[in-house]
Design a protein around this ligand. Structure first.
Ligand SMILES: [Zn+2]
Ligand SMILES: [Zn+2]
Length: 694
């Protein structure tokens, strides 16, 4: 390998490759080997063309995914366990763990036949990578893009962290069944005696935080005969479903109901004391689901929170970072809000019983819907009011779209560029903070006295500004808890500012590697490759954003996206399903060459089915004839005392044998800066045989 890496050391740099870092968290699965085969293949091709290369592999080594695996290994249940273990010990543990798996993946990659300069891999937890992200965030701040948001976010109560919308969009939803309740809320405004608003909810735990009920001002609502001498308001369209057969007494437009006051479902709780519940207008209300009257709890829903700002509604903020009710919620205080209570209790059913006892419950039923879960640990998300830090995306959208269009997106004709542009068009602001321990230390210092904050752009800037804690920090990597010791002087009031305790969204770490690893000689990369469905909202998006802010262009000229690896039956592979194949098993069972052949010969645009039966077929179809041909050749070449001629020594193509000339004629002609055989194959139509020229 050393000879191979040094082979073109003095040659021209015509093509450069940027590796998307593999997470150093576990040994490889076969799905990793697909992309790593492409990476190796393209580099080998350019090496064959006599070009100098970097051969730099990358490891992703910090962030929540690393923490979750470390917690599992240490037997921790939640953040409290980390704090009592010690943040410093936990961070050191995570670092050592990533090094262990980086070494393991290096061995596995060599077994796959991937030739890289393994001594010089980059690691996203390096000082250089972290400080380059600081520079990026400082550039964002200079443009006024960074802000602190006070908002309701999806939250994982186990990890104790918010979930960004890119995380949810990628693998954040599951089909789940929850108890849904239909509840009556008695109207207290005069002239509406014995009338109720009928509301429906799939999150009973949020009812104690109710402050308003929303109606669509243009929808028609009906008053119908209910139970026990009560009369119920609900939308005309929902009546056949929610109150079938009930006599309609009166009709009104939603706008006529706006402003009515009603009694809340948990007014007896201290947390609801003094809250005035009223009907508000909202254009998003529909009567396709529920009753056409929407229960609004601004402390538990993003849209609810936006409405509270619009109408000056009270905000009841019910749960803590572990998803448990705060004080002031009666029997619910201290209880877990989510449906997957680790104590095994069922809060939703108890809420229903409570409402039934108060005579407010109209109906309970199971309801199946798509619900957000934590992408790392699978815990059901709850929505919670938090302070998080964001990068505003609106001012960047046009630039990012332009940058995206300057790159070439392969394979062509399957709309990759369009899908990326579509994501960029609809992408919400980027939530960059996580209330965790082992990750990029967000370089935001907030004044204790006046709340003013700044973004520090480098190690040197911090040293210059430090007024306390530098000695404690010096000599450590910019990680918690050491970095947290450093205080700077506030520029507004002269008081002391300390770092917010949040760490960064892990995609910041991987998205900066174009800036932190390539150097001017190699930047931008001619080529990157990763699974497109896996990365267009993640690595590709982070690369585009961070590089465009810092250099005005993407860090790659060509992006080659391949599809997803499935099992033999076309099913998604999951460890939990038992159909995932560890790389080592496959390497022992079928060998790395067969794997590489399979990965290289499929159409990258469609999901690939992978399994041992298919591999054995491939061996019969291709490898046995190849091996037999080679064996035949070697046997007779030996008998004849034949030695291979070297074209360099010949210096005369015509002197080559007919067989050599035929083989060379089948090799696609090299193009300067071109893509090589696979790019050619990807452009050429996507048939299974098309890639076989490699
Ligand atoms: Zn989680
Ligand atoms: Zn200040």
């Amino acid at each position: 390998m050393a000879r191979y890496l040094a082979r073109n050391a003095n040659a021209e740099r015509r093509w450069s490759f940027l590796d998307g870092p593999i997470t150093a968290n576990n040994p490889m699965g076969v799905h990793h080997a697909w992309g790593r085969t492409y990476k190796d293949l393209f580099q080998r091709y350019h090496t064959m063309l006599g070009e100098r290369q970097r051969y730099q592999n990358g490891y992703d080594c910090q962030g929540l995914w690393i923490e979750v695996e470390a917690e599992r290994e240490l037997g921790f249940k939640n953040k409290r366990d980390i704090e009592s273990y010690g943040i410093d010990r936990f961070v050191e543990y995570c670092k050592a763990r990533t090094q262990r798996f980086a070494d393991r993946i290096t061995e596995q990659s060599i077994r796959l036949g991937m030739w890289m300069d393994w001594e010089h891999s980059y690691y996203t937890n390096s000082d250089e990578n972290n400080y380059t992200i600081w520079a990026f965030l400082a550039a964002c701040h200079e443009r006024g893009l960074i802000y602190k948001g006070h908002d309701v976010m999806p939250w994982c109560p186990r990890c104790g962290t918010g979930l960004s919308n890119m995380e949810l969009a990628t693998e954040g939803y599951r089909e789940l069944s929850h108890l849904s309740l239909t509840v009556r809320l008695p109207i207290t405004s005069s002239g509406h005696e014995d009338e109720d608003l009928l509301v429906w909810t799939t999150t009973p735990w949020t009812l104690s935080s109710n402050v308003a009920a929303a109606v669509h001002p243009e929808l028609t609502y009906v008053l119908v005969e209910g139970d026990n001498g009560r009369r119920w308001w609900l939308s005309h369209g929902s009546q056949p479903r929610m109150a079938p057969g009930a006599t309609v007494l009166r009709e009104a437009r939603g706008a006529d109901l706006v402003g009515l006051l009603y009694a809340g479902p948990f007014d007896e709780l201290p947390a609801a004391a003094g809250v005035e519940h009223r009907v508000v207008p909202w254009d998003e209300v529909s009567d396709e689901e529920g009753t056409g009257i929407v229960h609004i709890a601004p402390g538990c829903g993003q849209e609810d929170f936006a409405l509270s700002k619009q109408f000056g509604l009270a905000v009841i903020d019910p749960i803590d970072e572990f998803g448990r009710f705060k004080e002031g919620f009666g029997w619910q205080s201290g209880r877990y809000a989510g449906a997957d209570d680790p104590d095994g209790a069922d809060l939703a059913r108890e809420v229903a019983d409570d409402l039934e006892a108060k005579g407010l419950l109209v109906r309970r039923e199971q309801y199946r819907h798509s619900y957000p879960v934590c992408w790392r640990c699978g815990t059901q998300a709850v929505f919670r009011l938090v302070d998080e830090w964001f990068i505003a995306m609106d001012p960047l959208r046009a630039e990012l779209a332009d940058a995206t269009r300057t790159a070439e997106w392969l394979p062509q004709g399957i709309g990759l560029e369009e899908r990326e542009l579509d994501w960029l068009r609809n992408m919400a602001d980027w939530m960059i903070s996580k209330k965790r321990y082992y990750g990029l230390a967000l370089p935001i210092w907030v004044c204790d006295g006046c709340d003013a904050w700044e973004v520090i752009g480098s190690h040197d800037e911090l040293r210059e500004r430090a007024v306390a804690g530098w000695d404690e920090f010096e000599g450590h990597s910019p990680h918690r808890p050491w970095i947290d010791a450093v205080k700077i002087a506030c520029r507004s009031c002269g008081g002391q500012a300390q770092r917010i305790r949040d760490v960064g969204n892990p995609w910041l770490d991987a998205g900066i590697v174009g800036q932190s690893t390539m150097g001017a000689d190699w930047y931008p990369a001619d080529f990157v490759t990763e699974s497109f469905p896996g990365q267009f909202r993640n690595w590709f998006y982070a690369l585009l954003t961070e590089s465009t802010v810092m250099t005005g262009r993407p860090p790659f000229k060509t992006l080659f996206g391949y599809a997803l690896l499935r099992d033999e039956h076309g099913e998604e592979m999951h460890k939990s399903k038992g159909n995932a194949i560890p790389f080592d098993d496959a390497a022992s069972e079928i060998g790395a060459d067969v794997m590489r052949w399979m990965f290289s010969s499929v159409n990258p645009a469609v999901n690939m089915n992978f399994g041992y039966h298919l591999a054995h077929e491939e061996v019969r179809r291709f490898f046995l004839p190849l091996w037999n041909t080679y064996g035949f050749f070697v046997t007779y070449a030996r008998l004849d005392g034949w030695t291979p001629s070297s074209p360099e020594a010949d210096g005369d193509a015509a002197a080559r044998t007919l067989l050599d000339r035929w083989i060379l004629s089948r090799l696609p002609a090299p193009r300067a800066g071109g893509l090589g055989c696979l790019g050619w194959a990807a452009r050429a139509r996507a048939s299974r045989g098309a890639g076989a020229v490699c």
